[in-house]
Design a protein around this ligand. Structure first.
Ligand SMILES: [Zn+2]
Length: 386
């Protein structure tokens, strides 16, 4: 390390600039070099020579009990937009993983549609919604399995009671039936009631069993897509409207309060370079889309819009793009259409605007953008507490 490099380091971490690598400086250097390497091989500090990189933190417990599905756009042999050797797929994954770290600190459970570049080819759009849909059917199946385990316990209590009451009745009948008449009548009534309750419970158990099997089969179908991310055959509301409607209704009825789906992308217009294109755009599912009147259209638009606006506002605050959008974009994008969680797609900056790209390439700015998404998600859940 040269004297100038030592000076630069001392300046960057705001300790006296002497150019001498004394014990204190060396200790701080060791600490700084322990910062994880970024995707381009430079440490966080080397990315920002003018200031020290700051990790943003989630507030512990602020999102406990919540689940966030993060969908980093593109991956593997689908790079997305590319400029200056920077790939959209790399930036979306980077921001997705940062968001995961912050959300986990806040106590949320995070599910990534991809946590690496991928190794089995292109991740189809149906694969991405399959991750969300499988989550829903698995949660419901696990709930019913737990419920049935409880029911089975109750059932075995009923059976034991019926056996002992039956034996008691037999004994009374074998003795003096005139003297025991009242007792026999009471016991007979009790046994009849127990039998009725046990029959009702049996019906519930059987109903749950059918439902569990149904959910298990749906889970297998979604899993087929999850295990083969490149599988291009469509499985969605236009191909399998009735099956998908079942999952969508289940999501809306029971699972859209504590779970959200966020797809992360970066933007570009068709022009090679366009300096007027800038900022964060947030997409939500088109309301009452006449194009799809024959298919499912019972999305929870209110939740989607509130999630979208919360993310847009917080992303505008946390990023330094020259343009700030103030309203949402509506679209029938697959990742919004093919699952029924409150779902949004965020486009963070324009690759074909050099000033936007400069921001996207800066790790601190990406950390800030991820923190903005976290704040948006937190704000969304706060909204429903009121
Ligand atoms: Zn994209």
């Amino acid at each position: 390390m040269t004297v100038n490099a030592v000076k630069a380091f001392q300046k960057s971490i705001k300790i006296p600039v002497t150019g001498v690598a004394d014990k204190n400086t060396i200790n701080l250097l060791i600490k700084a070099s322990a910062v994880p390497k970024a995707s381009n091989g430079k440490t966080e500090n080397q990315q920002n020579t003018s200031q020290v990189f700051t990790f943003k933190k989630g507030t512990p417990g602020s999102l406990s009990g919540k689940i966030v599905v993060i969908d980093p756009g593109h991956g593997f042999n689908d790079p997305g937009v590319t400029r200056e050797n920077v790939y959209e797929k790399t930036m979306t994954l980077d921001m997705g993983l940062r968001l995961k770290r912050i959300l986990t600190e806040a106590g949320a459970m995070v599910i990534m549609t991809r946590a690496t570049d991928g190794n089995s080819g292109y991740n189809s759009l149906y694969y991405r919604s399959a991750v969300a849909n499988k989550l829903i059917v698995d949660l419901e199946r696990e709930k019913l399995e737990k419920e049935n385990a409880e029911f089975e316990k109750q059932m075995s209590n009923f059976q034991n009671l019926l056996i002992s009451k039956g034996a008691e009745l037999e004994k009374l009948n074998s003795e003096d039936r005139e003297i025991n008449k009242q007792k026999i009548d009471d016991l007979t009534k009790e046994i009849a009631e127990l039998t009725e309750s046990s029959d009702e419970l049996k019906e519930k158990i059987d109903l749950n069993k059918t439902r569990i099997e149904d959910l298990y089969n749906m889970s297998l179908t979604f899993n087929y897509y999850i295990e083969q991310p490149s599988y291009k055959e469509r499985y969605g509301i236009m191909k399998n409207p009735l099956e998908m409607a079942k999952v969508f209704e289940l999501t809306k009825e029971k699972y859209n309060k504590d779970i959200v789906f966020v797809s992360i992308h970066c933007n570009s217009t068709t022009a090679e370079t366009q300096t007027s294109a800038s900022g964060v755009q947030v997409y939500v599912q088109t309301e009452n889309d006449t194009y799809y009147t024959d298919y499912y259209n019972n999305y929870d638009y209110e939740r989607r819009k509130i999630l979208g606006m919360s993310l847009l506002q917080e992303l505008n605050l946390s990023t330094g793009f020259s343009k700030k959008y103030t309203s949402l974009f509506k679209s029938r994008l697959s990742v919004l259409r093919e699952n029924n969680l409150p779902s949004v797609l965020v486009e963070i900056g324009f690759f074909n605007n050099p000033s936007d790209l400069k921001i996207i390439k800066d790790q601190q700015q990406r950390e800030n953008a991820s923190f903005g998404m976290y704040k948006g998600i937190e704000k969304y859940f706060e909204y429903w507490k009121k």
